[in-house]
Write a protein of this length. Structure first.
Length: 342
């Protein structure tokens, strides 16, 4: 599979891999349904004893077995340090990861307990409020603090943000990309790579902490889907939330420009209950939002129609949002981030 053609259109290899893993975990096929496709395929299903679980199938062309094992070791460490995160479940053979070799593909399959919570709609849900932002900030801070106590083994380590295939432009560059925009983005990435990475400012981060990657139940917040987890600036985990709900046109909540600074302040307040976050770090939030526009651009440009469907046919459309990203970079990539309340 071509890792630059995301999300994948052909689900057949994923379903073939799932069929081979039914017995590995004792799954119930008739209780199994696809709940998310894209970089990974995610299935909701049940064990034979009725316990609800999630099966995630990853394309080996995008993520190697050792790197995924690093993610699972990281999750185990976070759980042992009191973080509320998705819990890996070993197979009947005792393995956290099963690798399936198909004719032309390698698929890595992992299983997680299914949390009973729900996703929130930032635009309409009453539970998308200050109390949530404080709790989310505390959970992010707890994850970062615990992660600073972890040294993953060299053969099961995660990569720095710039080595992810999802932050690399395809070569040769397809005509769907604006080459002038891509050149400007590449200069910015090179500049970020040269920046210092002081401890506590930089370490293991979730890297994809938008509203779809945490669940809420009875006042409890669980963070899920650490697949994009990498080494990066800690403020990445603040920036993605702001980008997805308050900057990206297709998902932007009403009155987003007035609310973004308040939301950031609440999340930061919760974070500081658990870990340090200084002004120098917060000054990087705007650049981390810009970095996420690049990932969004790389992933969505090759599959605009698919993402229009995945995001629920939003207006502004995905095409219009990508045009906004292009214009942002053509105009000098400056974002206004309200830090006055933090």
């Amino acid at each position: 599979m071509n890792p630059n053609l995301l999300p994948v259109d052909d689900s057949l290899p994923y379903h073939d891999a799932l069929a081979q893993c039914i017995d590995h975990w004792g799954l119930v096929p008739e209780k199994t349904e696809l709940v998310r496709d894209g970089v990974n395929h995610v299935f909701a299903t049940e064990f034979e004893n009725g316990a609800p679980v999630i099966i995630r199938i990853s394309d080996g062309a995008l993520r190697g077995r050792d790197e995924i094992l690093g993610e699972l070791l990281w999750l185990d460490h976070l759980i042992r340090h009191g973080c509320t995160v998705t819990t890996p479940v070993p197979s009947r053979g005792g393995d956290l990861l099963e690798t399936i070799e198909l004719d032309a593909d390698t698929m890595h399959v992992s299983c997680f307990e299914r949390f009973g919570g729900r996703q929130l709609d930032p635009a309409t849900d009453a539970d998308w409020n200050d109390e949530l932002f404080l709790k989310l900030g505390r959970e992010i801070g707890r994850i970062h603090r615990a992660s600073d106590k972890l040294q993953l083994p060299a053969d099961h380590d995660r990569r720095p943000w710039y080595e992810s295939k999802l932050t690399q432009f395809p070569d040769p560059l397809p005509e769907t990309f604006n080459p002038q925009v891509v050149d400007t983005m590449r200069v910015f990435i090179d500049e970020l790579r040269r920046r210092p990475t002081p401890s506590r400012h930089y370490g293991l981060v979730h890297r994809d902490l938008h509203e779809g990657n945490f669940l809420v139940e009875d006042g409890k917040v669980e963070i899920i889907d650490f697949d994009l987890g990498c080494y990066g600036w800690r403020t990445m985990d603040l920036a993605v939330l702001l980008f997805s709900s308050y900057y990206y046109p297709s998902l932007r909540v009403p009155h987003a420009s007035e609310l973004a600074g308040h939301v950031l302040a609440m999340v930061v307040q919760g974070y500081r209950d658990e870990y340090t976050l200084d002004g120098e770090q917060l000054d990087t939030v705007g650049d981390m939002i810009l970095l996420h526009t690049i990932l969004n651009y790389i992933v969505m440009v090759p599959a605009v129609e698919h993402w229009q469907i995945v995001l629920g046919d939003p207006h502004p459309t995905v095409t219009e949002s990508l045009a906004w990203i292009e214009q942002l970079w053509l105009n000098g990539h400056k974002l206004q981030v309200d830090l006055s309340r933090v």
